[in-house]
Design a protein around this ligand. Structure first.
Ligand code: NI
Length: 232
């Protein structure tokens, strides 16, 4: 999915007069499961004598502690901010004779702001909703795996004194969401949601700070959360 900017519904909701307000905190497990695809590692394919286009990068899934904040500004409309402890993902090669080769790992934080439409705000039990918003993902603490370093050495791309590093570009994109809040009492409940986020990045393998391989990666994950909901 290419990044498209649909911030207008969000802004119009934020600009609406808060005639009605309640605030809720959701806390629980949040999982990021990449629905990933990438361009091939063309330079490494060439150096290693692998078929053109036979490789891609794969990103594994990860679960963290999710913390989301809901601010109901109208009976049918709420704004949600998604936060979490940093996600950690392993990155490896998919395809060809080097399938499974570990490239490295990265951490990221994907703060997301959504406008939610609630279908049955008066319901005493089930409060289903859909949301649309924007996601900003910052990657940090990228680390190269020894397997990639060994492969680059074996291919004579690097020598003993070369420093290999990995860099991932931050991403800004659309987020879609559906979910339900379940009321257990006036203040306690459950929060379940599934989001699809457009997260696209460029991964760069660098030797002594110079990029030797650049790969465009669409991570486009499903983000699922199940948590306890506390309404203030
Ligand atoms: Ni995308």
């Amino acid at each position: 999915m290419k990044t498209s900017l649909i911030a207008i519904p969000l802004i119009s909701v934020l600009a609406a007069a808060p005639a009605y307000a309640d605030f809720a905190i959701n806390i629980g497990a949040i999982n990021v499961a990449p629905d990933d695809s990438s361009s091939s590692l063309n330079v490494i394919e060439q150096v290693a004598g692998l078929p053109n286009g036979s490789t891609a990068l794969a990103v594994n899934s990860n679960t963290q502690l999710g913390l989301t904040f809901d601010y109901r500004i109208k009976p049918n409309w709420a704004v949600q901010l998604i936060a979490a402890t940093p996600f950690s993902h392993d990155i490896s090669v998919k395809g060809s004779a080097i399938d499974g080769l570990k490239v490295g790992k990265t951490k990221h934080l994907p703060p997301t702001l959504l406008a939610q439409y609630h279908f049955m705000p008066e319901s005493q039990t089930f409060d289903p909703f859909v949301g649309i918003g924007v996601n900003y993902t910052v990657f940090f603490d990228e680390q190269v795996d020894g397997q990639l370093e060994g492969a680059l050495d074996a291919l004579s791309v690097t020598g003993a004194n070369d420093v290999v590093s990995l860099k991932l570009k931050s991403s800004f994109g659309l987020a879609l969401q559906a979910g339900v809040n379940v009321k257990l009492s006036d203040t306690l409940g459950l929060h379940l949601m599934l989001s699809k986020m457009d997260i696209d990045t460029t991964g760069r393998v660098q030797v002594n700070g110079n990029t030797v391989q650049s790969v465009n990666v669409s991570i486009d994950p499903y983000v699922a959360m199940i948590g306890l909901r506390w309404t203030l």
